[in-house]
Design a protein around this ligand. Sequence first.
Ligand code: SF4
Length: 890
Amino acid sequence: MSQSLLADALAAGQSIVTPNNRLARDVVARFDAASRAAGKLTWASAQALPWTMWLERLLLAALAARASTGWSLLDASAARELWHTLVVADRRPLLNSRGAARHAADAWTLFHGWRDGDEALTRVASGGGDDARLFAGWADRYRRRLGALHAFDHAQLPDVLATRADPSWTRSLGGFALYGFLRLTPQQQRLVDALRGAGVAIDEVPAARAGSAFRRTSCATSSLEVAQALGFARSRLEADPRASIAIVVVDLAQRRDEVVALAEEILCPDRLLSLASDSPRPYGVSLGEPLASVPLVVSALDLVAMATGTVAATVAASAVRGPFLPDAATRWTERAAVERLWRREARREVAWPDILAALRQSDPALHRRWSALVVPARTARLPREWARAWSDWLVAAGWPGTSALSSAQWQAREAWSNALGKFAALGAVTGTLKPAEALETLRAQLAETLFQPQSPAAPIQILGVLEAAGLSFDHAWLAGFDAQRWPPAPSPNPFLPLGWQRARGVIGAQAETTLSHAQALTVSLAGLAREVVVSHADTIDDAPSSISPLFEHWPRVPVESLPHVERFSAAMMSTALERLIDETGPPIAQGATVRGGAQLFESQSACPFQAFARYRLRAEAWDAFPEGLSAKERGIVLHGMLNAFWDDVRDHATLLGLDAANLATRIAAAVERGKMQLTAARWQTLPPAVASAETRRLAATLGAWVDEGERIRPPFRVRKHEQAVECEVGGIAVRVRIDRIDELGSGGLAVADYKSGRVIGPARWFGERPEGVQLALYAQAVDQLDDQPLRALAYAQLKAGEIAVSGIAEADGLWPGLEVAGSTARVPVASWDDARAKMRDGIGALAREIRDGVAPVAPRSGATCQYCDLKPLCRIRVLDDRGDAEAPDA
Ligand code: SF4
C-alpha cells in the first residue's frame, strides 16, 4: 500500500523527505530498480533527501528570495564549540566540560523540538531544579552569543523557516512527501503546517511494510547470537546472490568493533587469508567510527601533538613506527627501536628533542629529515593559523607517507582536510588558542565527526535500530532484542524539567512514551523484509535473559533449525595439524665461547628452553615502564656502591677502625659513586621524592650490610671485585664476572655474590636440577684462576630490611652465617670436597646439555615460569591446556 503511495509520489515528481540519509538513498535505489524492472532504459532520477538536508535547501531558497537576510546558519561544529566555550567560562568544577557541553546542546535541541510554540526556556527552567536553572543560564548566554554573531543554529532552523514561510520563496519549491517518519516533533509539525500554509504541497507517506514470515530464537551468548545472525546472512546470500539482507543490532553503537570483527571472519574469511585489507566487503555498517579514531587521522594528531609539547612515550613511538611516514614499509622495525630505548630509560613522556635523539640511533635518514623541521611557534593563535601551521608541519614531516593509500585511507585524508577546514573557521567562537587548547579543540571536533568511507553498495547491511526503520530487504535478522534492552529504559534529559518533558510527550522521557516509540519501531522492524528473525542471548552477564515482550508472540524456533555457516576459526581448529616435536637446537662446537655467563647455567637448569631462547635466540621481553628504578637498575647501583665502598675501606681491620661518623661519610660517598652507574638523565626522570628515597634506601642497606654481614666476620681483605674470568666447563668456554673474592685471614679464599633480592640457600644447590649454580661456576673459575684454595661460597642478600648471608664454608668460623659442609642434614653433602665435586658435576652436566642444544620446554616448577617473560614464545600455557606438558606446581 505505502509502496504504491511512495511510487505515486515519485511518479508525480514529488521530492521525498526521509528521517535519515540511508533511507533517502534506499528510496532512490528502489526507484531505479523498479524502473529497470519495468524495462525502462532512461528515467528521471528520484529526488530523495534527509530532513536535515531538506532544511538547508529550504534555507537556501529563502535566502535566494531575500526572505531571510543578514543572519546565517552557524555550522554544527561551531555551535558545539560555542557551547563548550560558555560551559568552560562558567568556571564550575565539572569533571568533563566537553560532556556537559554536549548534554547542554542536546537539551537545547530537545527544547526547540518539543516546546509549545513560543514557550520560553527561562519559564520552563523555573519549574525545574538546579541543573535546569544552570542550563537556562548557559542557554541564555548561548542565545546572546548567537545574536552577536548574527546567526541561528540547526536547532532553531525549522522555527526560522516556519516564521518566514512565505509564497515569495515557497511557490517555486514543488511538492514533497515525508516518508518513513514514525512521528513528527511539534517543531517539525509547525514547519510542515507553515509551509503548507504558504502553498507547499506536503504529503505524508508511511514506510513500506514487507514482513510476512516471522520467527524468534535464542543463542547461548550475545557474541554467538551475532555470529549466528552473520552466518544466516551469508547462507541466504550464497543461496541467492541477488538477495539483500539486514542485520539489526540493538546496541550496535556499543558493540561496533566486536560486530565488525565477527563480520570479517564470517562474511569474508578469504580477506583474512589474503590480507587484502582494501578489497570490497560483502557487508556495510550503518554506524561510522569517530574520525579521531581512524588510524591515518590518529597518526596526524600524534605528529601534531609531538610538535605541540610533551607526549606519552608510547604515543610518540606509535607515531614514529606507524605506516603514515616516509619509507614506513621498509623502516618501521628500525623505528620501533625508539620505544625500546625509552622503556630502558623509563621515559614515560618525551618531547621533540627526545624524539630526534632516539631517531638518530634508529633511523638516521628520518632523523636528518626531521632535524631540519621548524616546530610551530607555541604562541596563542587563531584556529585558522593553527590549521595552516599544522598542515605545513605534517607535509614537512612526510605525512601520510610514501606508500599508496587505499581508497578508505584517501577518504580519511579528505575527511581530515575537511575537519581541519571546519576547525579553522572556529575563530569567531574561540578567539586565539594556546597550542594545547587548540589541539584539544581539534581532537574534540574529530571525536564528534563520524567517518564512514564510501564503498560499493553491499548486499548485507549491519544497522542500528533507528537507521533500519523504513528500509526494505529480502531477509532480516534482529539481534539483541531481549527484555532488558527492548523497549529501552527511559532516559530523560537531565537539563530539562522532567515534568515539562512528560507534559510535552518527549520520546524517552518516561516509560509510556518510550514504550509507544519502541512499539512503533517494532512494527517498522517487522516490516523490514519478507523473512524476519529476531533473537536474544540466553544469558547476559551470567544472568538469564528472555525475549522482549514486544516480540513474544512471534513463533519460537530452535536456533539449530536456522541456516548457519561454520566459522573460519572453528574450521581452522578442526583441521588436523601435524605435530613435530623438536626439542633440540644446533649443537655448539667443542671449546666455543657461549654468551650468557653464569645466568646461562641458571637458565639451563631452570628450563632448558628458557636458556636456549634467551642466550641463543636472544629473545627477551621489552622493559616495562617502572615507577622508580627497575630491579636491574637497582642491582647495577648496588654493585657500584659496594665496589666503591671496598675500594675505599679495603679490609676488615680498617672497617672495624672506623668510627660512626667516618663510616657514615664513606657510606655516603659509596652511595654517590654507585648512583653514577646510571646516567644523570635517568635520575632526572625519577620524581624527586622517589630519587631521594632511593638514595636513603641505598645508604641504609649498605649500613645494615656492613653491621650485620661484614663486621661480624673474622679478618679478611677484599682482593678483587668484578673479576672477569673466562673458564672452561664441560667443553664450552664461559665468561663470568665474579662480584668479590676475599682473602681470609686464616688462609684461603672466599667468593661472594651480591643479590638485591632473595638468595637461594645451599639446600637447593645439589638437586637433580640444581638452583643457585652461579657460585658453583665462580668456584670453578677461581680454581682455574688462583692457586689458593677456595674455602667459602656466599650469597649476600642486600635487600632492604632483610639483610642475610647464605652459602657453605669448609670449616666452622670461616664466615658466620654460612653452613659448614657435611655438618648439617639441610645441605646434602658429606664434606667440603664432596660439595665441590657435586657442584662440578652439576655444572658439567648443564654445560653438556648446553653444548648439545638440549632445549625442551620443561620448567623446573610452576614458580620458574612465574617471572619468566618468554611465555608467548614457549607457549607453555597452550601446552598445559593440551595436557602435553607436566603441569607446573606453582
Ligand atoms: S615460561 Fe616457563 S616454560 Fe616458558 S621458557 Fe619460561 S620457564 Fe620455560
